[in-house]
Design a protein around this ligand. Structure first.
Ligand code: DU
Ligand code: SF4
Length: 220
């Protein structure tokens, strides 16, 4: 199986009834600023370097971000924080991420999320997380060079623990926390959501430090 073949299967997934309804409803109703643009309104495949050593693992598509554009962290405030930082760290070829054909390429990094369809209030249910974990397992199996997981937020952190069968109680989430998981390292950060970046809970220097640590662990 190639990543391209996986994406073809993934984008047809309708396994979570509540999320199928929500992603399509958001795509029909739209946000006023985007009323003349088509919405993706489907599962969002991962994106980036197939030889990546660093996996950036998010929570779920933003309703008007990647649920609109079809690419992780593309077209919303989270991406406006993430991609300039990746560019500065030498992991992306440009600081902006606006649409599928904008020329963006990542180097050494691949980005995906715990859940691939936009959830109401950015909150997937435990069942939705378990259901989409099947896609996580397939996607990660196609990224053999991974050395570092960079989890964005507690839910992403917990989803990666689940992927490795590790108990949450012994691996609590904290910003900057690191755990060795087999040959890899799970490094965790507060999520890059507007809620965190606008309140100062996650600052640009804090996130730059996380990316530098990820690069060092990955020997990039
Ligand atoms: O066409 P392709 O080179 O297989 O790339 C598919 C897709 O993945 C494209 O949108 C760029 C992205 N990508 C990347 O970000 N970094 C890479 O090293 C290779 C591909
Ligand atoms: Fe399928 Fe994942 Fe979307 Fe659920 S969240 S419908 S498992 S792609």
């Amino acid at each position: 199986m190639s990543l391209e073949a996986l994406y073809a299967q993934l984008t047809a997934c309708r396994a979570c009834p509540r999320l199928v309804v929500w992603r399509e409803q958001v795509g029909r109703e739209k946000r006023a600023a985007f009323r003349h643009t088509p919405y993706w309104a489907k599962p969002v495949p991962g994106f980036g370097d197939p030889k990546a050593r660093i996996l950036i693992f998010g929570l779920a598509p933003g309703a008007h971000g990647s649920n609109r554009t079809g690419r992780p962290f593309t077209g919303d405030a989270s991406g406006d924080f993430l991609y300039p930082a990746l560019y500065q760290a030498g992991l992306a070829n440009q600081p902006t991420s606006s649409h599928l054909d904008d020329g963006l390429a990542l180097e050494g990094v691949y980005i995906t999320a715990a859940v691939r369809c936009a959830p109401p209030k950015n909150k997937p249910t435990p069942l939705e997380l378990r259901t989409c974990a099947g896609w996580t397992a397939q996607e990660l199996a196609l990224l053999p060079h991974l050395r570092v997981y960079l989890a964005l937020g507690q839910i992403a952190h917990q989803a990666l623990l689940a992927y490795h069968g590790l108990p949450r109680a012994h691996h609590p989430f904290r910003h900057g926390g690191e755990y060795r998981v087999g040959e890899r390292v799970l490094l965790s950060s507060y999520h890059v959501s507007r809620q965190n970046t606008q309140t100062g809970k996650l600052t640009r220097p804090m996130f730059e430090a996380i990316l530098e640590r990820a690069k060092a662990l990955a020997e990039i």
